[in-house]
Design a protein around this ligand. Structure first.
Ligand code: SF4
Ligand code: SF4
Length: 380
């Protein structure tokens, strides 16, 4: 049985469900993609998000949508599709790649196209003045797309510039209950009438489908992931991506398909309880993420590293924090480049911290807590 679900404007041209099906993880086979998309439809999801760089995802989606039309009478027109292109290459390369995406998806035009990973100032320049500019002009002239947006893992100021540049109708951002550093940007984008998609609030948001006992206990009577979803929906975030791999992954999306209203008292109290317990566990060493300690002359991403400390000690999500910490310096422009071991103990950051944290010492502690093998304890 198909159920109704709330739809909201994502930019100006499309209305999407509160959850979006992310397809990076469901690329094992046509059977998997088909059953995941069919289940998404059954829980009221109408928005599929993919990318040319997600392996065979576009081909599998194209074939699944055709199969759904023939076997299940689910029209292709029922779906809003977003795909993404990387910010690189010249006009011909981009045209070829985009035409290939349309062919793979078996579409003549697409609802939304996002610039995938607008992470550097060079990427924004590419969109505004370079080959990206020519490409966007071309796809609009040819009426191949309804609207253009971007996804970004970049800095606050870069995302702010991208939101304000008047080219984009939507943005896909890292917005998480355990990382609220980009929430103001989401609010800015919403105010400008842009659609906002939260990238992976379950997984990249702290692996909340596998919560610590601390989080489970603190968030009662809710599951921590349910609260994290509700926090974002109540903030007005248009849609939350759900990288489903199996049917059970849709449980919360079904339950919350109409839950965009303000937080209830019970939800507020549960969130307060999570913070109270995290504060107690961090014993006055919680980094409040105000970013006033920046810039560090040695480019240490202090708030990002101390956020991982908050997450591992305060909320008990140690394995997630370890994974993120050990990715620093290994993911190019998709994540931070320097971990705590680059701190030179110059102490320049310390007087800038309103919470009076001993930042160099906390950075060392975090390194020793999270660094994986080959384990090098830098400051015994
Ligand atoms: S003490 Fe370390 S983190 Fe602080 S400003 Fe100096 S190098 Fe940067
Ligand atoms: S100034 Fe202090 S509280 Fe603020 S982000 Fe930096 S370390 Fe955290």
């Amino acid at each position: 049985m198909i159920i109704n679900s709330q739809k909201r404007f994502f930019g100006k041209k499309s209305k999407v469900s509160l959850f979006t099906l992310g397809t990076m993880r469901s690329t094992e086979s046509l059977d998997q993609m088909y059953s995941i998309i069919k289940k998404a439809h059954r829980v009221g999801i109408n928005h599929i998000e993919t990318a040319a760089s997600y392996g065979d995802a576009e081909i599998l989606i194209g074939n699944s949508l055709k199969k759904l039309e023939i076997e299940d009478k689910i029209s292709k027109k029922d779906w809003i599709i977003t795909t993404k292109v990387l910010p690189k290459g010249d006009l011909n390369y981009l045209k070829n790649n985009f035409e290939n995406s349309l062919k793979n998806l078996k579409l003549r035009k697409i609802n939304n196209l996002a610039i995938h990973g607008l992470n550097l100032n060079d990427h924004l320049d590419w969109v505004l003045f370079g080959e990206g500019h020519k490409f966007i002009k071309w796809i609009f002239e040819k009426r191949l797309v309804d609207q253009v947006g971007f996804s970004s893992h970049g800095s606050y100021s870069l995302i702010q510039k991208a939101i304000n540049c008047e080219v984009f109708s939507f943005c896909n951002l890292h917005l998480h209950y355990l990382d609220q550093s980009k929430i103001n940007l989401a609010e800015l984008a919403l105010k400008k009438g842009m659609g906002v998609l939260a990238i992976s609030p379950a997984d990249k948001g702290g692996r909340l489908y596998s919560p610590s006992d601390i989080l489970l206990e603190a968030s009662k009577p809710f599951h921590p992931l349910e609260l994290a979803y509700r926090f974002l929906l109540a903030k007005g975030i248009t849609t939350l991506s759900l990288g489903a791999t199996k049917i059970e992954d849709f449980e919360l999306a079904k339950k919350l398909r109409n839950s965009y209203q303000k937080l209830t008292k019970l939800e507020i109290n549960a969130l307060k309880n999570i913070e109270k317990i995290a504060d107690e566990r961090l014993t006055s060493t919680k980094c409040e993420q105000c970013r006033l300690c920046l810039p560090c002359p040695n480019e240490i991403p202090i708030p990002e590293i101390l956020r991982l400390r908050n997450i591992s000690i305060g909320y008990g999500q140690l394995e997630f924090a370890k994974e993120r910490y050990n990715l620093i310096g290994r993911a190019g422009h998709w994540w931070e480049e320097k971990n705590s071991s680059f701190c030179l103990n110059c102490n320049e950051c310390v007087p800038k911290c309103p919470t009076k944290l001993d930042i160099p010492d906390l950075l060392k502690q975090t390194h020793n807590l999270l660094i994986e093998r080959p384990r090098k304890r830098l400051w015994d």
